[in-house]
Design a protein around this ligand. Structure first.
Ligand SMILES: Cc1cc2nc3c(=O)[nH]c(=O)nc-3n(C[C@H](O)[C@H](O)[C@H](O)COP(=O)(O)OP(=O)(O)OC[C@H]3O[C@@H](n4cnc5c(N)ncnc54)[C@H](O)[C@@H]3O)c2cc1C
Length: 339
């Protein structure tokens, strides 16, 4: 039996673990200490089609990534507490910008049916679809948009892989060679390795003499609980120049997220950023100003000089597979890269 070690249990490592563990001829071991994990701190938005990023390879990857969720939902039996397709609304202050966005969505729908139905929506339409929201802007609604709970998704994929025989070791590990993992006083050799440590890839590969173009970006967000409001089945709202509003079941509203390039691997919540998130969300949902903050989540994204992810073999005939640099859209691109 061949052995595979996976370092990193975020969305890439957990998806890779899930699919590798289905292979009966492989013994899989996952190493993860969850420190600084981006996946569990993420907002959860899966909706790449209205992005204005010009990088076509990134767009294709993200669009295939959004499509893959349908397969992952079926393969891994994901319920609505993990993945829920309730659509996305993107607003613009200017009606010409709404028209441009609509054209973009229609042109992208030619190659991606996962975008679903595309509609222009007025401020009245938005408030009818999201009764908790006050909105003066119009925008575009796409029915294919979805939201995920990153923490629950990786927990689910890892426990499904464990039920197929995978071992999980909750430790910080190092590489002592391209086939050996060390932690405490242990050394374990593998036939193949998958390196998916998020923002920590630079540190992980340094002992092997690699310089990796990846840097940390701090992201903070706030989860609120609105006791008297029904938030079930509400779409995600991405207002222009403001933070995103992600409603989850049970009155939970997430507002996120910050993109802080100068904070290294710091994981402390900071008052000015949390206040700014609250005020941004409060412009559309005034009740947030007095709502209970039930959690502040902080994670570290890994991003690259060209803001594009990378993945593949470490060298052309290497048994080491590396993936990282997913930046702000890694919940969308992570599963397809991991798979
Ligand atoms: C606040 C925030 C909001 C976001 N919102 C969205 C969103 O709405 N939509 C979207 O598509 N993307 C979003 N993202 C981006 C997305 O979360 C990330 O791009 C993606 O989760 C990265 O996945 P990953 O598997 O590469 O890394 P991670 O999720 O960071 O996982 C890496 C794991 O490896 C572990 N690890 C690292 N080194 C070691 C080691 N030596 N030994 C053991 N374990 C190790 C870490 O502890 C961690 O658990 C957001 C990110 C943040 C922070």
């Amino acid at each position: 039996m061949k052995t595979v070690g996976i370092i990193g249990g975020g969305i890439i490592g957990a998806t890779a673990a899930y699919y590798l563990a289905q292979q009966t001829n492989l013994q899989v071991t996952l190493f993860d200490d969850a420190h600084g994990q981006a996946t569990k701190a993420a907002s959860g938005i899966i909706s790449p089609w209205l992005s204005k990023r010009r990088n076509k390879r990134w767009y294709n990857l993200a669009s295939y990534g959004a499509e893959l969720y349908q397969q992952l939902v079926a393969d891994a039996n994901l319920d609505e507490s993990i993945y829920e397709q309730t659509g996305t609304i993107v607003t613009r202050k200017d009606s010409n910008a709404v028209n441009e966005l609509y054209e973009l969505a229609v042109s992208r729908s030619m190659n991606s049916s996962a975008i679903g139905t595309i509609k222009k929506v007025t401020s009245a339409d938005i408030m009818a679809m999201m009764p908790i929201v006050n909105c003066t802007e119009s925008g575009i609604y796409v029915s294919g948009g979805a939201k995920i709970n990153g923490q629950k998704l990786v927990d689910h994929l890892i426990s499904a892989a464990e039920s197929k025989g995978m071992s999980t070791i909750r430790k910080r590990v190092m590489l002592s060679s391209d086939n050996e993992v060390t932690f405490d006083n242990n050394r374990i050799k593998f036939d193949s390795l998958v390196l998916a440590p998020g923002a920590f890839l630079k540190e992980l590969l340094m002992p092997l003499g690699y310089k990796v173009d990846i840097r940390p970006q701090k992201g903070q967000l706030v989860d609120f609980k609105l006791a008297d409001w029904d938030t079930d089945r509400l779409p995600v709202m991405m207002p222009e120049s403001e933070n995103d509003i992600i409603p989850f079941k049970g009155g939970i509203i997430t507002i996120g997220a910050t993109h802080e390039n100068d904070q290294g691997f710091d994981l402390e919540p900071t008052d000015p950023e949390i206040l700014a998130l609250t005020q941004s969300g409060g412009k559309f949902i005034p009740q947030l100003n007095s709502a209970a903050q039930i959690a502040i989540r902080v994670g570290t994204r890994g991003y690259t000089s060209d803001f594009a992810p990378f993945f593949g073999q470490l060298t052309p005939d290497s048994k080491v597979f590396v993936a990282g640099g997913l930046g702000s859209s890694g919940l969308t691109t992570g599963p397809i890269i991991g798979k």
